[in-house]
Write a protein that binds this ligand. Sequence first.
Ligand code: PGA
Length: 252
Amino acid sequence: MKLIAAKDYDQMSQIAARYFAAQVLLKPTSVFGFATGSTPIGLYKELIRKNAEGKITFKYAHTVNLDEYYGMPRDHEQSYYSFMHANLFDHIDIDPANTRLPNGMAEDADAECRAYDEHIASLGGVDMQLLGIGHDGHIGFNEPSDHFSLGTNCVTLTEMTIEANKRFFASANDVPRKALTMGMREIMQAKKIVMVVNGKDKAQILYDSFCGPITPAVPASILQLHPDVTLVADEAALSVMKEHCKCCKCCK
Ligand code: PGA
């Protein structure tokens, strides 16, 4: 893992955006794996700015997203489809036909998951995958478990995730209980992974993920096995790693 320490959220967003900008510049037909949540919003703003300034184009790029709530129509304001359009796709020159998220309204969730994996395979896999991390170590919606998932699958959200996401809904009861998420296989098969993390509340799980044992109880810990992960994190998120990591010198 390559670690880049940023002083704050804005610097984290700017640094991480440079990776995505460089990727699309070097390979205009890149396949991006995108993520939702609060963390990537600043990065997306940077990409929108660079695109508006004519520095990069997404005309030839494809995107797939990590996940979508299951049972939520895509025009719901809290769907990840709506999120991606509001925070990125509607403001850059990407062809909407080249963007795809799991269909949260698919009647047959398993068939949708298989079709999603086939779509990713037909694109030749993901060139650069963006990840955030949940407080319980989830990536995408791959929650702590006794095994690592493989392909795209339908998951039940943990109480911790429901608690974290209720800020976007009227109450915790309104947070969907299920989601479709890319599995660890497609995430780990991405050629490059860029993870963005900020805030003290993520410091312990970041330490557990990168300095602790590889275990499905901490889903992000599998990233220790990926050959090209760049972690861009602010000082607050790195505070536990900096103090306690003994496994390597990367975070000192
Ligand atoms: P957040 O979510 O960016 O809103 O903290 C991250 C995640 O759950 O993966």
